[in-house]
Design a protein around this ligand. Structure first.
Ligand SMILES: [Zn+2]
Length: 413
C-alpha cells in the first residue's frame, strides 16, 4: 500500500527467490496475520496464511525465541492449544492526532492494541517545532509507564487537519494549523523524533480506520465524511486509500455550493464548509442562543425540541446531502460513513442528508449507496494513524523489529 510518503528507504530486503527471502516472506505473512487479528492459534494461523502447519510451528518457535512472539496456553474447540500474539517487545507504534486545538498521542503494540494514550490542548497557531516536540515529550512520559524504551518505537503515524501533497510531503492550504503550511511534516518529524514518521490528513485516516475496523467493514468503495470544524472526505477503494494525483482527493468541504456565497478560508466563495463547518453552525445560533454553545449542546437542545437548533442541523444535513449526491454521481460508492462532531446529531442530520441525496443524486447511484454513522467516533483518526505508522506492510516492521532483537527478549510483556 503505497499511500503515504515513505521517508526511510527499506534497503534491507534480500533478493526475491532466495531461501532467505522465502523465509522472510513467510514470517511476514504470519506477522501480518497477527497484526490483523491480535491473537491466533497455530492451526488458525496455518488456515489464515495458507502455510503448512509445520512451517507455522517452525516460524513461531524461532520468533518466540527471538522475542517477537509470545505464546500462552488456551482452549480452542475443546482442546488445549497455543495462542500466539505479537510480543510488546517486538516493537510499538505511535499515533499522533492533531486537531484544531488538541494533540492526542497513543502507543500501541504491533497488533494495534492501544497500551497508553494522552491528550493535551494546543494553541491553534502553535509553531510546527512546538507541536513535534510535544509528541516527543508525551512519548517519553508514556513509554516508562509501560516498562518500554524509545528504541522499541518502530514507526509513528501522524494525522493533520490539512491536505498533504504526496509528491513533496508539504502541508498544504487551507490548513486548520496555519503554523504547519509549507512544511514537509513527515521529513521534519522523522528528523525530530528519530524514527520513521508517516503523515496523512485526518479525513483520510478516519476513512482507513472505519474501513478496517468500523462502519466500512464489508463495503467495497467507501466515502468517509468528517463533519467538524473543517469538512473533508476520505475515499477508500477496495481497502486502499484513493488520494488522487497529489493527495487532495476528497476535499468535499470546498465543493462550491454558492459561487457568490460567504468567503471561505480556502479563498473561494460559498464552499460547503462555509455552510456546515461547526463555526458556521454555531455562528447562526449566536443571535438567539449566545456564543457559549458547543455542537453537543446544539444536538441536546434540538433533541429537546428547540426549533432553531433543529432547523440548523437539518439544513446542515441538506447541504451535506447535496454535496454527497454529487460525490455519489462521480465516485459511486456503496457506503457513505458520516463521522466527525456533527455525527452526534445522528438522525437529525442523516435523515435530511438522505432526502437531499435522493432528490439530487442520479437514482441508480443514490439507490446503490448505504448511508451509515461512523462507529469509531473521535478514535478513528488515532487508529488510522496507527495503520500508517506500521507502514501498512510487515516486512519493514519485521526488519525494524529484528534490529531490536538483541533487546526484545528482555522486555517484560
Ligand atoms: Zn473553501
Amino acid at each position: 500500500m503505497d499511500m503515504i510518503r515513505e521517508v526511510e528507504p527499506s534497503a534491507r530486503r534480500p533478493s526475491p527467490g532466495s531461501p532467505t527471502s522465502l523465509k522472510e516472506a513467510n514470517q511476514a505473512r504470519l506477522i501480518e496475520a497477527l497484526q490483523f487479528s491480535g491473537t491466533m492459534t497455530q492451526a488458525e494461523l496455518s488456515r489464515f496464511t495458507g502455510l503448512a502447519p509445520s512451517t507455522v510451528s517452525n516460524i513461531v518457535r524461532e520468533l518466540t525465541t527471538s522475542g517477537l512472539l509470545r505464546v500462552s496456553p488456551t482452549v480452542s474447540h475443546g482442546r488445549t492449544a497455543q495462542a500466539v500474539r505479537l510480543s510488546r517487545g517486538a516493537g510499538v507504534l505511535v499515533a499522533a492526532d492533531f486537531g484544531h486545538r488538541h494533540l492526542t498521542v497513543a502507543i500501541a503494540d504491533l497488533a494495534y492494541e492501544i497500551l497508553a494514550e494522552e491528550r493535551v490542548t494546543l494553541e491553534w497557531d502553535h509553531r510546527v517545532h512546538d507541536g513535534l516536540a510535544e509528541i516527543g515529550r508525551i512519548v517519553d512520559r508514556l513509554l516508562p509507564t509501560l516498562g518500554l524504551g524509545r528504541e522499541l518505537v518502530v514507526g509513528v503515524g501522524m494525522g493533520l487537519p490539512a491536505p498533504i501533497d504526496v509528491r513533496t510531503g508539504e502541508v498544504g492550504a487551507p490548513s486548520q494549523l496555519p503554523g504547519w503550511v509549507g512544511v514537509d511534516a513527515a521529513a521534519l518529524a522523522t528528523e525530530t523524533l528519530g524514527v520513521p514518521v508517516r503523515v496523512d490528513n485526518d479525513a483520510n485516516l478516519g476513512a482507513l480506520a472505519e474501513d478496517r475496523w468500523g462502519a466500512g467493514r464489508g463495503a467495497e468503495n467507501v466515502a468517509y465524511l468528517k463533519l467538524s470544524d473543517g469538512v473533508g472526505a476520505g475515499l477508500v477503494i477496495r481497502g486502499e486509500l484513493y488520494q488522487g494525483s497529489i493527495g487532495t482527493a476528497g476535499e468535499i468541504g470546498h465543493a462550491t455550493m454558492n459561487e457568490f456565497g460567504a468567503l471561505c478560508r480556502c479563498g473561494n466563495r460559498g464552499c460547503l464548509e462555509t455552510l456546515v463547518g461547526t463555526p458556521a453552525l454555531l455562528g447562526q445560533l449566536a443571535a438567539t442562543h449566545g456564543t457559549g454553545l458547543a455542537i453537543a449542546d446544539v444536538v441536546a437542545l434540538a433533541q429537546g425540541g428547540d426549533v432553531a437548533c433543529r432547523r440548523v442541523l437539518e439544513d446542515a444535513g441538506h447541504h451535506v446531502g447535496v454535496a454527497v449526491a454529487n460525490l455519489c454521481n462521480i465516485f459511486n460508492p456503496d457506503r457513505i460513513i458520516v463521522g466527525g462532531e456533527l455525527a452526534q446529531a445522528e438522525g437529525l442530520i442523516v435523515e435530511s442528508m438522505q432526502r437531499a441525496l435522493k432528490r439530487q443524486g442520479i437514482p441508480s447511484a443514490a439507490q446503490a449507496v448505504q448511508m451509515v454513522l461512523a462507529e469509531l467516533g473521535s478514535r478513528s483518526q488515532l487508529l488510522g494513524a496507527l495503520v500508517i505508522a506500521s507502514g501498512g506492510a510487515s516486512p519493514a516492521v519485521l526488519a525494524a523489529a529484528r534490529d531490536n532483537s538483541v533487546d526484545v527478549a528482555r522486555v517484560a510483556d
